[in-house]
Write a protein that binds this ligand. Structure first.
Ligand SMILES: Nc1ncnc2c1ncn2[C@@H]1O[C@H](COP(=O)(O)OP(=O)(O)O)[C@@H](O)[C@H]1O
Ligand SMILES: [Mg+2]
Length: 433
């Protein structure tokens, strides 16, 4: 059976690599893909937003399952279009994808469904937003309503910063007119963050192994926010009790609320959680696999991913609910190597060397993100370039393996954090083995 993955990042390379391992899968196509998806699958030169082109391709190649990586095509309704063309596709409809595409929608749904989340207000004019900020006695976070490629959220230390954030989002429309039409202002919370991803179809929810991302560009969580500089799974922070609480207090009421509104969710529901002293709070929902969390999570998944995603897309996940997912007990760590300047502007077209040497290391998989193959060479082609991922008997060993592989790989201006997984390692020292 032939499968199509849409996108070109590290997450999509991990999906291609894992889907390809299914005994039922013949060929995995990736549109448009990168140099890594071309090695583990077959690239197709169709952009992720070219829905007509993708549908034509899926029909021609008799694709049995299409898996959407990024949020943009989901928010534009790619799933609705594929279903109308009688094609099977993994992901939520446009209506359900509002959960990620509109933060105001998500916050209101959470309030209606009693999901624990930060106190908030939604504004569609700057003036009342300013007044609200002036009268708050706590620090706030200001969020553009719409998709902003991870740049539309400002965690503010002062009122001045919060007022400036409103200016940037609503007046200067720095994240686009549509994304800045509304703003969510919410209470700033304190705690460690956790990503909880679950497969969802109908009322069935199957959580995946939890992971922790590293959002900031620099060591010790300094520097600007990025798409993610590294991740590990499992997350020692995510005890079974905490995961149960997140499932029953957040995932279940959210899935039920969407179903009641006649916009049932099918796909992967990703809860961005902050664990406060008062318990877990949902910061946001995403409607697709996380990047880079997917890389260490899929590295550990032993269950056939194709079966899982097909069952989700066909709305028969309930058939699998009694079969627990199988995980490699070993932890996995992913270190993102980025171009110099990322998340700001950065050069492209730098030669990457050492990929073959890194691939020879046991327990290592180098997932490509912003790469392309040109003239017999692999070159950089994006901000985040590679997700170097490794398994180890312990988290410390997984980290060591990942950084051993990183040390073999070179390109001009390569940047990466040196402290991926350290937070969890410190914790395990405190709480014992
Ligand atoms: N209420 C909050 N309190 C503290 N930090 C927050 C809050 N909301 C968001 N953040 C921080 O900002 C980051 C991005 O916010 P999020 O809502 O996940 O939006 P996006 O991922 O779309 O940029 C979070 O990962 C978190 O670090
Ligand atoms: Mg987020």
């Amino acid at each position: 059976m032939n499968v199509l993955v849409i996108g070109k990042g590290g997450r999509e390379h991990a999906l291609v690599w894992k889907l390809k391992q299914s005994p039922r899968v013949t060929q995995v196509f990736c549109a448009p893909g990168n140099a890594g998806t071309a090695l583990d699958g077959v690239n197709v030169p169709i952009e992720a937003n070219d829905v007509d082109g993708l549908i034509r391709f899926a029909k021609k190649e008799r694709i049995v399952l299409t898996v959407v990586g990024p949020e943009d095509p989901l928010s534009h309704g790619i799933v609705d279009h594929f279903r109308k063309a009688a094609l099977t596709i993994f992901g939520p409809t446009k209506a359900a994808a509002q959960l990620e595409a509109s933060k105001a929608f998500a916050k209101k749904l959470m309030r209606d469904a009693d999901v624990p989340t930060a106190e908030f207000r939604v504004f569609d004019h700057p003036e009342p937003a300013r007044t609200f900020i002036e009268t708050r006695e706590y620090p706030v976070v200001v969020k553009a309503d719409g998709l902003a490629a991870g740049k539309g959220v400002m965690v503010c230390a002062t009122k001045q910063e919060a007022l400036a954030a409103v200016e940037r989002i609503m007046v200067r429309e720095e994240f686009g007119r549509a994304a800045g039409r509304q703003v969510v202002i919410e209470k700033r919370l304190d705690g460690e963050e956790l990503s909880v991803l679950a497969l969802v179809s109908g009322r069935t929810i199957i959580p995946l192994a939890p992971a922790q991302d590293h959002k900031r560009a620099l060591d010790n969580d300094e520097g600007p926010n990025t798409g993610g500089m590294g991740a590990y799974s499992p997350a020692p922070l995510a005890t079974p009790a905490l995961l149960d609480e997140i499932e029953s207090h957040a995932l279940v009421p959210t899935v039920h609320a969407l179903k009641r509104r006649r916009t049932p969710f099918r796909g992967v529901l990703y809860a961005g959680v902050i664990v406060t002293n008062q318990g877990p709070r949902i910061l946001e929902y995403n409607c697709r696999f996380g990047d880079p969390e997917t890389q260490p999570v899929l590295m550990r998944l032993k269950t056939d991913l194709f079966e899982l995603l097909l069952a989700t897309a066909e709305d028969r996940l309930s058939e699998l609910v009694d079969k627990p997912l199988e995980w490699d007990p070993r932890p996995a760590v992913c270190v993102v190597m980025a171009s110099q300047g990322y998340p700001g502007s950065y050069p492209k077209g730098k030669l990457i060397t050492g990929l073959e040497e890194a691939a020879l290391l046991p327990n290592v998989k180098v997932f490509h993100a912003g790469t392309k193959f040109e003239g017999g060479h692999t070159m950089t082609d994006g901000g985040r370039v590679l997700g170097v991922t490794a398994l180890g008997e312990t988290l410390a060993e997984a980290k060591r393996h990942a950084y051993d592989a990183v040390a073999k790989i070179h390109f001009a201006g390569a940047c990466y954090r040196r402290d991926i997984a350290d937070k969890a390692l410190k914790k395990s020292v405190v709480s014992g083995p």
